[in-house]
Design a protein around this ligand. Structure first.
Ligand SMILES: [Zn+2]
Length: 174
């Protein structure tokens, strides 16, 4: 009787542990594909997206939230896109809005993914930024106003511009 009881208890515990382990794995892969949990993400919808900060907090990773909504800056040379050369399109990781194409990406050496021109005029919003004792122009996503980075006048031809963008808030598709 006792042995039987132990046997069933062990079985029960084992199956429970397996189940938890599986759930943890699922959570992990969901976190990696964070856009799946973002119902507002779209590569086609160009309508403006205005959400409350607490909603953004729910659908963005903490890193993305810090960059996009709190105008943070990622560590230089930390982005996988910094020396990334694949052909494709870069989208806003917060809302899916198309921002840049790989043909306009260049190696600036500044430590952040750099482009000389956005995919189109409405893809980006420009705002004067005088924080940190500097006069800069902030660039935001044209659809959701996520902070992307800044644009500077020391870029290559034909535009002469350097869009210095946080890789955390970029989403790339071939
Ligand atoms: Zn966006």
């Amino acid at each position: 009787m006792n042995i039987k009881f132990y046997f069933y208890t062990i079985l029960l515990v084992l199956s429970f542990t397996n189940c938890t382990a599986q759930n943890n794995n699922n959570n992990k892969s969901n976190m990696q594909k964070e856009n799946k949990a973002n119902p507002y993400y779209s590569n086609k919808d160009t309508n403006k997206l205005v959400l409350k900060e607490e909603e953004w907090r729910k659908i963005l990773t903490s890193e993305q939230f810090y960059i996009a909504r709190q105008k943070g800056t990622e560590q230089p040379f930390s982005s996988k896109f910094e020396n990334f050369k694949e052909k494709g399109t870069y989208y806003c990781a917060a809302c899916g809005n198309a921002l840049f194409i790989s043909d306009t990406k260049f190696e600036s050496g500044c430590g952040w993914p750099s482009f000389y021109q956005p995919i189109n005029k409405s893809s980006i919003i420009y705002t004067p930024d005088t924080t940190h004792g500097m006069q800069r122009t902030e660039v935001q996503c044209g659809r959701c106003k996520a902070h992307l980075g800044h644009v500077f006048n020391d870029g290559p031809p034909p535009s002469g511009l350097r869009y210095c963008i946080n890789g955390v808030i970029l989403d790339f598709k071939k």
